[in-house]
Write a protein that binds this ligand. Structure first.
Ligand code: DQA
Length: 147
């Protein structure tokens, strides 16, 4: 079965209590449960990871080559700063869907710039936790699984 890596960056471990007016009340563990249930419905496997450390995110992207067919990446604030993540994505040549809970384009100007976007298949933002299931559908369809 195809496997999709869902990778979450800094501060996303605090979802539920972190700025709920921006990010909603769901926890990362709720999101993982939602993703696992949805992945079974559409016939893919998922690995779900979170790290606050840029280098660990780079390592996880490298490790995905050969083990996963696609990556869903919410890089958090590293989205707006990390050339290392951009280079890692370009190096592994895996389809990456950039994901954000909030609509980064409707927020502060510094969030409008994404280093992930130029190397991503596409971007989903502004749909809260539902974005993860939208991204799973998009990834599954891209890799030729599901309807
Ligand atoms: C975020 C948006 C980023 O700008 C922010 O730094 C985050 C979360 C989102 O999911 O909306 O940490 O990636």
């Amino acid at each position: 079965m195809h496997s999709i890596l869902i990778l979450n960056g800094p501060n996303l471990n605090l979802l539920g209590s972190r700025q709920p007016e921006v990010y909603g009340a769901v926890t990362l563990s709720d999101i993982e449960t939602m993703c696992r249930s949805h992945s079974q419905d559409i016939g893919v496997n998922v690995e779900f990871l979170q790290s606050n450390h840029e280098g660990e995110l780079v390592d996880a992207i490298h490790a995905a080559k050969g083990t996963h067919a696609a990556i869903i990446l919410n890089a958090g604030a590293y989205t707006h700063s990390s050339i290392a993540l951009m280079d890692a994505i370009a190096s592994v040549e895996l389809p990456v869907i950039e994901l954000h809970l909030s609509n980064i384009h409707a927020r502060e100007e510094f969030r409008h710039k994404s280093f992930i976007a130029p190397v991503a298949l596409g971007q989903i933002c502004g749909f809260g936790a539902q974005g993860y299931t939208l991204a799973l559908d998009a990834a599954a369809r891209h890799i030729g699984v599901a309807s």
